[in-house]
Ligand binder design. Structure first.
Ligand SMILES: *Cc1c(COP(=O)(O)O)cnc(C)c1O
Length: 436
């Protein structure tokens, strides 16, 4: 045998041969042709380097593209619109398209007219100002918590943030706003009591150490009974800058959520800065939105921390599309009519009943979720199945997250896109026949 024939590299399968393997063709449908081609080249390189035998190149390439995606898509059948464990707001198709378009080189910090550096994300900031006319400037950071950190750091590091004891909230997963603010080097100056805080409490706390007054919307709970809080209009007259952390990110008032604060109303009432999340009721990508007085926003923008909290081009693109496009899914899901949900449940049940005798239709109340509007019920309907379905639905393909309640598994179609109802039926049927 000559060296040429014995050289194992001669036996490495050709790219075309590898790409024709059924598993790699299927992977190309899932991941795109480029990803599979990259895996094939990597496998060939391994063989060329002698790290795997040529006969294993195909299997090795398959292993590179195998496995579930790192974040598995889930059908949200809980009736909870902004579901934190499912990634909060699902993006509108326009926002998804905008992110894809922004994935390459884009003019995020370039003025194509003169070729010079431009303000980062200017179109998105302009869209925010259009959506919230009382704001004279806007800034986007990583999330709502980052917006609050940047605002309190800029206005009050080394000094005091005056805040009502009724607003020292924990926002979820053990994160507490007071701890967050203390971590910035600002000192909390707590005033009032859990249920009642008066204008005089704030007024007495103001002094040379005051950096700002903070008003937090306690979004995930509500207090009733003997309560009192000071409206923004009065806080704004005390002198120091007032930050309103409205939380969920409504930019304008929504009559369907009468108690939910919005950015435009807060600024009109006198707040100097508003901070909010992009992926709660606004229905966009994870982001922290800062709106308000242009001098203050400019100070925040110049603070060194702003650079550490800034968002990427994908977020700017998705947020812009959310602000300028059609109604985002979280808004649509909040407003689905109960009768429409009932009809969908009947259609789902009709498709199931032939194979499944334990399905019924029940009234079911959905929720805004994500710590927003805790007192607002969203009336609707759900399919009721035996509780044992819940685990099998979660582990199915597609994965479905349903609600378990008093021995039942409730499947609420509110937050399932209508065009996925057939997938929902398929998932329920395979849960019915699958291993227990
Ligand atoms: C959700 C929330 C936050 C935190 O916002 P993230 O975007 O989750 O960081 C801060 N304040 C309030 C009032 C909230 O509701």
């Amino acid at each position: 045998m000559s060296d040429r024939v014995s050289d194992p590299r001669r036996n490495i399968p050709r790219t075309d041969t590898l790409l024709a393997r059924p598993a790699l063709m299927a992977a190309a449908d899932r991941l795109g042709a480029d990803a599979v081609r990259t895996a094939v080249r990597a496998a060939q390189a391994e063989a060329r380097e002698g790290r795997i035998p040529p006969a294993e190149v195909g299997a090795y390439a398959e292993s590179l593209v195998a496995g579930p995606p790192p974040l598995r898509p889930v059908l949200n059948a809980t009736g909870i619109v902004v579901h934190t464990n499912l990634g909060r707001a699902p993006l509108a198709p326009e926002a998804v398209a905008a992110m894809t378009a922004a994935a390459g080189y884009v003019d995020v910090e370039l003025d194509l007219a003169d070729g010079k550096r431009a303000k980062r994300g200017a179109a998105t900031l302009a869209a925010l100002r259009t959506a919230c006319p009382p704001a004279t400037d806007a800034l986007v950071v990583n999330n709502g918590a980052a917006a609050l950190v940047l605002a309190t750091t800029t206005l009050a590091a080394g000094r005091e943030v005056i805040v009502s004891r009724g607003e020292l909230v924990e926002i979820g997963d053990g994160f507490r706003l007071p701890d967050l603010i203390a971590s910035t080097g600002a000192r909390l100056r707590e005033v009032g009591t859990t249920n009642r805080t008066h204008l005089a409490d704030y007024a007495e706390a103001i002094g040379p150490q005051t950096g700002c007054i903070l008003k937090v919307h306690p979004s995930n709970f509500w207090v009733s009974g003997f309560t009192s809080a000071v409206p923004l209009e009065q806080l704004a007259e005390l002198g120091p800058p007032v930050i309103a952390d409205i939380g969920s990110g409504l930019l304008a008032h929504d009559p369907a959520l009468p108690d939910e604060p919005d950015a435009a109303s807060a600024l009109t009432a006198g707040a100097h800065l508003v901070t909010a999340s992009g992926d709660k009721l606004l229905g966009g990508p994870q982001a922290g939105i800062i709106l308000g007085d242009s001098d203050l926003v400019q100070r925040l923008r110049r603070h060194p921390l702003a650079r550490a909290l800034r968002v990427d081009k994908l977020t700017l693109a998705a947020l812009h599309a959310t602000l300028t496009g059609s109604v985002p899914p979280v808004t649509a899901y909040r407003h689905v009519e109960p009768d429409e949900l009932r009809l969908r449940c009947e259609q789902l049940a009709a498709a199931l009943v032939e194979h499944l005798d334990e399905v019924t239709i029940v009234e079911h109340t959905g929720h805004v979720g994500g710590g927003g509007a805790p007192g607002v019920p969203l009336p609707g309907w759900a399919l009721a199945l035996p509780e044992s379905f819940a685990t099998r639905l979660r582990l199915g393909d597609p994965a479905v997250l349903a609600r378990t309640d008093r021995g039942r598994c409730l499947v609420d179609p509110r937050c399932v896109p209508v065009d996925r109802d057939a997938d929902l039926v398929r998932a329920i049927l395979s849960a019915a026949t699958g291993p227990a």
